[in-house]
Write a protein that binds this ligand. Sequence first.
Ligand SMILES: Cc1cc2nc3c(=O)[nH]c(=O)nc-3n(C[C@H](O)[C@H](O)[C@H](O)COP(=O)(O)O)c2cc1C
Length: 425
Amino acid sequence: MASLSLTQLRGKNSVPEFARTRPRTSWARPGRVGFKVFASSEAQVEPDLGVTVNGLRMPNPFVIGSGPPGTNYTVMKRAFDEGWGAVIAKTVSLDAAKVINVTPRYARLRAGANGSAKGQIIGWENIELISDRPLEIMLKEFKQLKEEYPDRILIASIMEEYDKTAWEELIDRVEQTGIDALEINFSCPHGMPERKMGAAVGQDCALLEEVCGWINAKATVPVWAKMTPNITDITQPARVALGSGCEGISAINTIMSVMGINLNTLHPEPCVEGYSTPGGYSSKAVHPIALAKVMSIAKMMKSEFGDNKDLSLSGIGGVETGGDAAEFILLGADTVQVCTGVMMHGYGLVKKLCAELKDFMKAHNFSSIEDFRGVSLQYFTTHMDLVQRQQEAIKQRKATRKGLQSDKDWTGDGFVKESESMVSN
Ligand SMILES: Cc1cc2nc3c(=O)[nH]c(=O)nc-3n(C[C@H](O)[C@H](O)[C@H](O)COP(=O)(O)O)c2cc1C
């Protein structure tokens, strides 16, 4: 268990400073000597996507987010084979018999006129519960994966009822498989809260503190607390989780939603025997909301846990491109999770994500993830501060304005000064 700190967020160079101080290499024009053209002798070094988070080394920051892409041995193996930096398995609890799913359990929102069937999918609602597979089987598969991929990072996502003994038993059994870390699901918005699980704990700071205390007293591997966005101020539970000994924060889980009402049948979607229940919203549409939540958490971590070099932050929500991931990292995330993106594009998506993130890094001459982690955080401020900055900038622009705006502005008294104001030397 941990003592972390936010190295990433501290003392970063601003982007413009970087651009000024770090020499470009392969982008430099070839030098010209006589009639011969010599290419620059310095080849641009390929950016390094590797990250070490809470002591766990990952080849890249892309992590399979808990959900369908981490439901069983076959798909988790596929994720490792395709090159994902880490896998977070589907959330497990002690008694899967209590978990009963329904179908259909997904509904999608498409962009375009009247949600045209051809429009791009931008939003995804699910009313899926945590894993409905027996815990013994999931544990066997975790163990097998760790035996076959000892150097790869496998994180178990766990959830239990408000019962200390149950949490302790679950942590003990899951840790025995050799998993590298735990992510605690304090955040599923539907189904489980009816049993005082998931978001029911994440939305109640007193409960959260008590449960985090039990977990951190028992766990021997790093613990990430996964936050729900369905709360007024997400920094409050994040602060409580870190203060109670968690090594990392993951944000966000899905946003409580109703996908829509079928205007022909008048029934809500997803429709199960004519009825529905609010579910969790994910995919591209939630990305801006996730960025805002991650930004708030990162600022809080920086100001309140600033010296603690081992704390980590995992950004989640609507990631489908390397640019989406870069945004989370620029706000201070160490890793970036993807769930719905994998459901839409498959496990091979990681190759595109890595290539696009490298392109972004090359464009800014960043050689490692550390080079730009948290760099954009400094540009967030209050609205009142924006007003003051703008007023000050206008004042300065006016003060330094050169020359007359128009010939009608010449005056008799100030004629010489007005002439001088337009001289270049
Ligand atoms: C179908 C589905 C099932 C999910 N199941 C879980 C789960 O079991 N545990 C969990 O912590 N998060 C679960 N999530 C939430 C995702 O891990 C993620 O936090 C959220 O979907 C936002 O990221 P995304 O836009 O990349 O999907 C699920 C998401 C989806 C779409």
